[in-house]
Design a protein around this ligand. Sequence first.
Ligand SMILES: [Zn+2]
Length: 69
Amino acid sequence: MSQEATKEPQPATPAQPAKVFAGAVYECVRCGTRTTQEELAKLPEVKCICGYRVFRKARPAVVKQIKAV
Ligand SMILES: [Zn+2]
């Protein structure tokens, strides 16, 4: 009695990168230098130019235009 578990070939899911917000801006809590997620991703380690490693999420550089009526 062997249960033949027919394993169906699962569809190859393309390797999707972690969901990152394109254009997310991070701000060094020490010197306030703003850098983007993309810039941080290029670096071997998340580190500010000042050497500090603590970032906080800053508001993206998107200016909401509010129409004043
Ligand atoms: Zn810094």
